[in-house]
Design a protein around this ligand. Structure first.
Ligand code: SF4
Ligand SMILES: [Zn+2]
Length: 350
């Protein structure tokens, strides 16, 4: 079984509801906006889901369970939006996600995309997420009239090796560059998501990979959001975690990333499942304080916030991991990296 077959076979164990008129969820939160905290409403629409699920999917993505086996038609989608509108107040930022790509016409027909964006044209900002394949010059030219539109893209990593062998992202760095270039030409702001610690990277490799990715994405992005991997159900990451092959990143690693990229004044992080065993965590006793610092920095971009970190004995454990993790693999030969080893141990075949 290769990695893509494994991802698919794990995911296909998940059950999905057919509820085409029901959105997945709506909630209110804060979003950084030009150095301030603004109220934001988040709407998760139920669509037939990311086209990449049909092929295989990303190794850490559990959003499949929020999708509908279909069909979900235009009327269903507008019913979902109208129901969601009843829960939304005067939030100045609206985030619309659909466990896939907003601009994929097979998930959300183009006239519905336009209708949805029109409904929120009075807000300061509307953020929608899409894979880069759906960003074309023609399409985005049509959406330029929505001056409050921000497009979010999950680049995850600027390394083609990591995109292919750790994430199974299904696109390369050059595809992101193409799409980001179009948005830049049209002055449509881009929010880029990057992933901290995809599987098969050591803690140190993960830190360096994210920093390189931020440096690469910075020229295109108004904001870069670091998503530390959390172990979601029915994913390959969960499979590895269950077998002792994966630990979510340390909060110390995220702090290191934020410190080393703070000069860009655009890097934020709002971890999912922070301090939980399935999410980014330290020893348990320092987690809440550090999460508070990360949140404060994400809103203010004030570097002083990051120079005032409380110490904890688990920092030495993390430092040892950063120094020594990966060395055990060298006994298997200089050329082997952790990914080769995992394949060698028979966990996967390529
Ligand atoms: S592109 Fe996004 S929604 Fe699709 S499988 Fe990957 S992470 Fe999930
Ligand atoms: Zn600690």
């Amino acid at each position: 079984m290769n990695m893509q077959e494994l991802i698919k076979s794990i995911r296909n164990r998940a059950e999905r509801d057919h509820a085409p008129d029901d959105y997945v969820s709506v909630w209110s939160e804060y979003e950084p906006f030009r150095g301030r905290r603004e109220r934001a409403a988040v709407i998760i629409l139920r669509t037939t889901g990311c086209f990449w699920f049909r092929h295989s999917g990303c190794s850490m993505c559990g959003y499949y369970t929020d999708t509908d086996p279909g069909p979900v038609n235009e009327e269903n989608l507008m019913n979902q939006i109208n129901m969601a509108l009843k829960k939304i107040k005067d939030e100045s930022i609206i985030k619309i996600y659909n466990s896939g790509s907003f601009f994929d016409p097979n998930e959300i027909p183009e006239n519905v995309q336009e209708n949805i964006l029109s409904l929120f044209s009075d807000r300061k900002r509307v953020i929608v997420e899409t894979r880069p394949e759906f960003i074309t010059y023609e399409r985005m030219k049509r959406f330029k009239k929505f001056s409050n539109l921000m497009v979010a893209v999950g680049l995850e990593s600027s390394s083609d090796e990591v995109l292919k062998n750790s994430i199974n992202k299904g696109f390369s760095r050059s595809e992101f560059e193409r799409a980001a270039g179009i948005l830049k030409d049209l002055s449509i702001p881009l929010k880029t998501y990057v992933l901290l610690k995809p599987p098969f990277l050591t803690e140190r490799e993960a830190i360096e990979d994210v920093i390189r990715t931020i440096e690469f994405a910075s020229e295109y992005s108004e904001i870069i959001s670091v998503n530390p991997v959390d172990v979601q159900s029915y994913t390959m990451v969960e499979y590895l975690w269950n077998h002792g092959y994966y630990r979510p990143p340390w909060l110390w690693s995220l702090l290191e990333v934020l410190k080393r990229t703070s000069k860009f004044k655009k890097v934020v992080s709002f971890p999912t499942a922070g301090s939980k065993v399935r999410g980014i965590h330290n020893c348990g006793s320092c987690d809440e304080k550090i999460l508070g610092i990360i949140e404060e920095f994400s809103y203010t971009q004030d570097e002083n916030v990051l120079s005032n970190i409380p110490d904890c004995k688990c920092r030495t454990v993390w430092e040892n991991i950063i120094k020594n993790e990966g060395r055990i693999y060298s006994t298997f030969g200089e050329e082997k990296n952790i990914l080769d080893l995992d394949f060698e141990l028979g966990l996967f075949s390529r």
